[in-house]
Design a protein. Structure first.
Length: 290
């Protein structure tokens, strides 16, 4: 079965053709410019590929509620050219196939649930920390929705004593994203994360905020496993610091062996690497048919 997949990011659009087993047959990418420039390129890629459906994991916020008049829209994104753009309708009108639609990070969570590190988890969480912070939640193999979709990157957390960086979230300043995303590291220290690899203070601060957020997700969702992805998490020295701080901050309240004894297997990198999002989009396309 041939399925189209789109990982629609804020800087690039990753396009692929694959199958229902997560195998990628062909892929390419285009820069994310305006809809007028980018959409014709994307549609041309999928046209005549014989795909039976298209799955889209999209930067957001989006509206995934099929009962809403604005289902399929990219909504209050800071990328103004895409704000209130009906991306699902544009693809459906052009390709005439079923469209699966969710956030990019829910797509990554779905990919890891289907074929990666969250396989077998009744509840699994994928956190991406890069230019922004996104949180995807899958429950019983399906992405979680409610009023819209989880926006766990914008939870409010305690500021580390002595950290006077104001935060850079355009909506909330010092939410999780505002204090811990890649631009916050650069704003606080004047250099990009990869240039600060050996500066322990950077990663102690970063791990403090990530661990706080993880504790909140553990309390709220009780996940079977948590995946940490995104560009910032390419700094692999973060993992042991985050794990240690999670155990410290939980203070033994969650009496589970997965955390107390096996936390190295509980907070993990993505098994699918940078393919989690595009493979999740394949799964979204397959689910749109069934």
């Amino acid at each position: 079965m041939i399925i189209g997949a789109l990982e629609a990011g804020g800087t690039k659009m990753v396009c692929a053709i694959g199958d229902e087993n997560g195998n990628i047959i062909e892929r390419t990418q285009f820069p994310t410019e305006t809809p007028a420039i980018t959409m014709p390129q994307l549609i041309a890629f999928y046209k005549d590929k014989g795909a039976l459906a298209l799955g889209i994991g999209c930067f957001g916020p989006i509206n995934p509620d099929k009962n809403s008049k604005t289902y399929g829209y990219i909504t209050s994104t800071p990328k103004l050219a895409w704000r209130n753009y009906n991306i699902v309708k544009a693809f459906h009108d052009a390709l005439k196939v079923p469209i699966g639609f969710d956030t990019d990070v829910n797509g990554a969570a779905l990919g890891e649930t289907a074929w990666g590190a969250l396989s077998g988890c009744e509840v699994g969480i994928y956190i991406t920390i890069g230019t922004g912070v996104g949180v995807g939640v899958c429950i019983n193999g399906k992405p979680l929705h409610g009023l819209m979709h989880p926006e766990g990157g914008h939870i409010f957390i305690k500021r580390l004593e002595g950290d006077d960086y104001k935060g850079n979230c355009p909506y909330h300043l010092d939410c999780f994203e505002g204090l811990a995303a890649g631009p916050a590291i650069e704003g606080r220290f004047g250099k990009k994360a990869y240039e600060l690899q050996n500066v322990s203070e950077v990663w102690d601060i970063e791990a403090h905020y990530i661990a706080q957020a993880i504790c909140n997700y553990i309390f709220c969702y009780s996940p079977g496993r948590i995946v940490l992805g995104g560009g910032v998490m390419h700094q692999e020295q973060l993992f042991p610091i985050v794990r240690a701080k999670v155990k410290e901050y939980l203070k033994g309240y969650i009496n589970a062996k997965e955390i107390l004894d096996n936390i190295d297997s509980y907070i993990v990198p993505p098994k699918l690497g940078d393919n989690a999002g595009i493979k999740g989009a394949l799964k979204l396309g397959f689910m749109a048919i069934n």
